[in-house]
Ligand binder design. Structure first.
Ligand code: XMP
Length: 518
């Protein structure tokens, strides 16, 4: 835990709900620092973290299941305010002498609650006709524990919320963290500010200030290297470190020949010239293309690119002399996934760009974004003065255009894809959609089709256009782009990209498809 820098903190104990990360997002939006930890976090660790309040998340199980997760003994005796959400409320009830009724049916979806007491948790709520909330639970509370009162009820849940004010214990049967509970943020804010007495101090400006200070202390006089990819995470990591330790930081940018048009120049211009970083470009395009020659299998491509990236990066790093630290843009969701409820095995990422680097290079890691969610990283980028195009940049896969060229990767095919990609992005920007969609890109297919241009028959390549909406890339849906925009993309590609005579639009969602084609 690195949170000692923040005075007012909330601890979220994760009982396995799909919404746990959302609880953290909402709390951070209210400018209060919080961390997610497994439900069974030890008492000593909790005391050391010293939270102003604890949230018990929801979870998929019933308190009556054999392996029902329960918090460590003593958590309820710490004298710290508690909010139990859904399963968390059932945990409170079960542990404090109330009765949880087992249920075979789930209540799932919108419900309307009537607020009986708007003193604290529901302060400012309680409009006539009730409040809309999102329910997703099996079991429900049959009898509240001694000392509690009922704060709200719904048709299906006579005890939709409860409190023991003397101990500052609260429970809600519904999910205040999801967007389907319109007043959910207000309810959570009431818990944070009125009940726990937090002050809103988690801002990106304070994050930047404190992080730069602690990076200086951590790194001292040592040297750091950082790989820059042109993406948001590595850019923000590099700029933070540059602000902290200046020329003790050396950045390496590997041009693997699989980047989009103009990307290398943009990175060199911004970080080398404008920020004046010690930035080393390794032009390894030929090296990568040589190793990819004749390779068509997607997994094979990824493996080769990952392996060669490490090799090239390591060689360059050696040239730079004695270095103690490797900086990485690891984000909070990766950290939670490896420590949280499900345990490390459930969530190993198959595609982490520089996943192999730390172990190979035997360097100490510095990960200044470990506490941040993606949108917080973007805010930090803005705070640091990075250009908006970079801060709002869509994700781009580590293996680059290699996984968007189906079949063999050749310089000619790369050029075709680059030209088409520029057009897709240009039209999406022109239509004001760039920041609305998750990703928009072109894919070069390994087939040719017949066409006619002028009086001549052509036999040329097909470009597929992929544009998707998503919140976290775990699921995605194809974007309903206006036909006129698709028409312009298609016309421009066919008219100006030599070697293409057909454009198709990908209308598959994830799952069962994936976002990238390989
Ligand atoms: P899929 O294709 O699995 O992609 O639906 C989900 C998201 O991850 C990105 N992606 C990658 N990112 N290295 C990365 O850094 C990779 O190897 C990689 N493969 C896919 C993809 O662009 C999408 O946003």
């Amino acid at each position: 835990m690195t949170a000692s820098l923040y005075k007012h903190k909330i601890l979220i104990l994760d009982f396995g709900s799909q919404y746990t990360q959302l609880i953290a997002r909402r709390i951070r939006e209210a400018q209060v620092y919080c961390e997610i930890h497994p439900y069974n976090l030890g008492l000593e660790k909790i005391k050391k973290f010293s939270p102003k309040g604890i949230v018990l998340s929801g979870g998929p199980l019933s308190v009556y299941d054999t392996n029902a997760p329960m918090p460590e003994e003593g958590v309820l005796d710490l004298g710290i305010p508690l909010l139990g959400i859904c399963y968390g409320m059932q945990v409170l009830t079960h542990a404090l002498g109330g009765v949880v009724a087992r249920s075979v049916d789930r209540e799932y979806g919108h419900a309307v609650i009537t607020i009986l007491d708007d003193t604290d948790l529901f302060h400012g709520l309680g409009q006539k006709g009730g409040e809309v909330v999102w329910m997703s639970h099996g079991d429900r509370i049959e009898k509240i524990p001694p000392g509690f009162t009922v704060l709200a009820q719904s048709k299906n849940s006579p005890i939709a919320a409860m409190a023991d004010r003397s101990r500052k214990f609260y429970g809600v049967q519904f999910h205040p963290e999801v967007a389907h509970t319109p007043q959910g943020s207000k309810i959570l804010s009431n818990f944070l500010f009125e009940i726990c007495g937090c002050e809103p101090s988690w801002t990106m400006a304070s994050f930047v200030r404190r992080t730069i200070k602690s990076l200086r202390e951590q790194i001292g006089e040592e040297r750091v290297i950082c790989g820059i990819s042109g993406g948001v995470d590595s850019s923000v990591t590099a700029v933070l470190l540059h602000k902290a330790v200046g020329r003790q930081l050396s950045c390496i940018f590997v041009d693997n020949g699989l980047l989009r048009r103009g990307e290398t120049q943009e990175v060199m211009e911004l970080f080398g010239k404008r920020y004046g970083m010690d930035l080393h470009l390794v032009d390894a395009s030929e090296h990568f293309l040589k190793h990819l020659k004749g390779v068509t299998d997607p997994e094979q491509k990824r493996k080769i690119i990952g392996r060669e990236f490490i090799r090239v990066f390591e060689n360059k790093a050696k040239e730079l002399g004695e270095v103690a630290y490797l900086a990485q843009g690891t984000l909070y969701p990766d950290v939670i996934e490896s420590v949280s409820f499900k345990g490390p095995s459930a969530t190993i990422k198959s595609h982490h760009n520089v996943g192999g680097l730390p172990s190979v290079m035997k360097l100490k890691l510095v990960e200044p974004l470990r506490e941040l969610f993606k949108d917080e990283v973007r805010q930090v980028g803005t705070e640091l003065g990075l250009p908006r195009e970079l801060v709002m940049r869509q994700p781009f896969p580590g293996p680059g255009l290699a996984v968007r060229i189906l079949g063999e990767i050749t310089p000619e095919r790369l050029e075709i894809l680059r030209a088409a990609d520029v057009i897709v992005l240009d039209e999406i920007r022109g239509a004001g959609l760039y920041e609305k969609v998750w990703q928009a890109f072109a894919v070069l297919l390994p087939i040719k089709t017949v066409g006619v241009m002028g009086d001549e028959r052509t036999y040329e390549n097909v470009i597929a256009v992929r544009i998707v909406d998503s919140l976290d890339a775990m699921t995605a849906d194809w974007t309903r782009v206006p036909y006129e925009v698709l028409a312009r993309i298609s016309n421009r590609i066919i008219n100006s990209v030599k070697g293409v005579n057909r454009v198709v639009y990908d209308i598959s969602s994830k799952p069962p498809s994936t976002i990238e084609w390989e």
